[in-house]
Design a binder for this molecule. Structure first.
Ligand SMILES: NC(=O)c1ccc[n+]([C@@H]2O[C@H](COP(=O)([O-])OP(=O)(O)OC[C@H]3O[C@@H](n4cnc5c(N)ncnc54)[C@H](O)[C@@H]3O)[C@@H](O)[C@H]2O)c1
Length: 459
């Protein structure tokens, strides 16, 4: 790489890299906004109007199921954001989430139909969408066109066309669209990115590895007596309660394990490699699990990237039949290896003996990992003396927040002041990831390999 080395200082390493992440996100968004500005200047100006920071943001959620409740409780920790409405076709989810809001002194109006909600709730600042993937595109489009900013869970959609429509709608309306790849707001991941690109701690990065191993062999059920009436289910496009609860396994509703879990980690490959993959080669199948599931219960995918370092190969696996070692990513280079994860117990740097020594290394915390000495990947650690105490405490506090909260905070800060705060996961960035994981299905049909075309990553 020709770029000049700007090493990570001790202060950088020990104090976290929020600024580094913000800079990268800013660069990405600036590029996205350049496109937006070129195509929809009139609309952009209305979107960039800042909301007074003391004013409460009025927010609604569509689909407060399992993940929706995580977003809900995380949002309730954020000052000056108030839920005013919830929408879900399942009364069980609606009752559960309304009670949570009520307990936090945020009584909400409830709806079964999101279109009715958009019609009646006239002054919403933002909508959070956490429904099954196939609903993300139509719901996002309707919210954006109603003039409302959207935080939508990943995967953007279970179809590439749905993803593309979301990017275009955000561009055309000038409204904000944050996609729920929450690692992009995580200070540990900012630190990892800086170690690869600024410090070049790994030297020439050659390979990556990612896994999500989990034991998830059973289908989901539902509380007795809380079924949705059959005619209501059918009208909403779900043929049975079983398929409604287990939507992930069916093409009509979801995108399979690569979209569900793999997308979070392939998103990190794309972010850290600063490019989209050029090829993917896959294996996997419905080998162990039973039933009428339509996606493989395990996938092994080898992505190839043509990076500024040169060729990088990244192996990714997701399995449903073993939880061994959970989820994490590894980045391997000629001078060291980074292990990073949303799981804060899995953050280490391993150094090759031949690698040059960094000035901060002696003071960094050392731990034993897999029988080898490693440097713990710490954000906001140990500057708790003297002048930097308050700053260090704030950084550490941020690093200890639930990961979704940080991503939501970034979204609401951008809603308040879009001119100043940039989204950490724009629709454009998420689109690249969506193409990377949704095309795995095509690779399976295509003799187990697929060569991406550059233009496929542009919506
Ligand atoms: N970012 C993350 O870490 C993360 C984690 C888990 C799930 N997710 C994503 O969150 C989304 C939801 O996943 P989940 O596990 O919570 O699923 P879930 O099935 O538990 O919840 C989905 C909710 O949407 C509701 N719903 C379905 N159709 C609806 C409609 N037409 N109108 C209104 N509500 C409707 C359901 O009744 C349910 O309450 C998915 O897109 C998933 O990929 C993201």
């Amino acid at each position: 790489m020709e770029e000049k080395k700007t090493p990570v200082t001790r202060r950088d390493f020990l104090s976290g890299m929020v600024a580094a992440g913000a800079t990268l996100a800013t660069a990405r968004l600036a590029a996205a906004q350049a496109v937006q500005e070129a195509t929809a200047p009139a609309v952009i100006s209305s979107a960039t109007a800042a909301v007074n920071s003391a004013e409460e943001l009025r927010v609604a959620m569509i689909g407060p199921g399992s993940q929706g409740r995580t977003l809900l409780t995380n949002t309730l920790n954020i000052p000056n954001v108030r839920f005013v409405a919830l929408c879900d076709i399942w009364d069980y989810s609606l009752d559960y989430a309304s009670r949570i809001c009520q307990k936090s002194d945020q009584p909400v109006n409830t709806y079964h139909d999101y279109r009715e909600m958009l019609e009646k709730e006239k002054d919403l600042d933002a909508v959070l969408i956490a429904t099954p993937d196939f609903l993300h595109a139509p719901m996002t489009l309707d919210c954006l066109h109603a003039g409302i900013h959207v935080y939508c869970e990943k995967e953007m959609s279970n179809t590439l066309e749905g993803c593309r429509q979301m990017v275009v709608a955000a561009r055309e309306t000038g409204k904000l669209l944050q996609i729920g790849h929450q690692r992009r707001s995580n200070p540990r991941y900012f630190l990892g990115e800086k170690l690869l690109h600024k410090d070049k701690f790994l030297g020439r990065v050659t390979h990556a590895y990612g896994q999500w191993n989990r034991l998830a062999m059973e289908m989901y059920g539902w509380p007795p007596g809380r079924e949705i009436p059959a005619d209501v289910l059918k009208a909403q496009g779900y043929d049975t309660m079983e398929r409604f609860r287990n939507w992930r396994w069916y093409r009509q509703f979801g995108g399979g394990l690569m979209a569900d879990l793999g997308s979070h980690q392939v998103d990190i490959f794309n972010w850290y490699f600063q490019c989209a993959p050029s090829r993917v080669t896959v294996s996997g199948g419905m080998d162990v699990l039973q039933g009428d599931r339509e996606f493989p219960d395990n996938v092994m995918a080898i992505y190839e990237y043509d990076t500024a370092w040169g060729k990088v190969r990244a192996y990714y696996q997701v399995v449903s039949t073993s939880s061994f070692n959970g989820y994490y990513e590894l980045f391997l280079g000629t001078e060291g290896t980074l292990m990073i994860s949303e799981d804060p117990t899995k953050g280490f740097l391993f150094k090759e003996v031949s690698a040059p020594k960094r000035e901060w290394e002696d003071e960094a915390k050392k731990v034993d990992s897999m029988g080898k000495e490693a440097i713990a990947l710490q954000v906001g650690a140990s500057r708790k003396q003297g002048e930097q105490k308050a700053e260090a405490m704030k950084e550490e506090e941020d690093a200890n927040k639930p990961p979704h909260q940080l991503h939501l905070e970034n979204f609401f800060a951008a809603v308040r002041d879009p001119g100043k705060v940039k989204l950490n996961c724009t629709a454009e960035a998420a689109f690249e990831t969506a193409v990377s994981v949704l095309m795995v299905d095509t690779a399976f049909k295509n003799g187990h390999s697929y060569a991406f075309k550059k233009e496929e990553f542009k919506a």
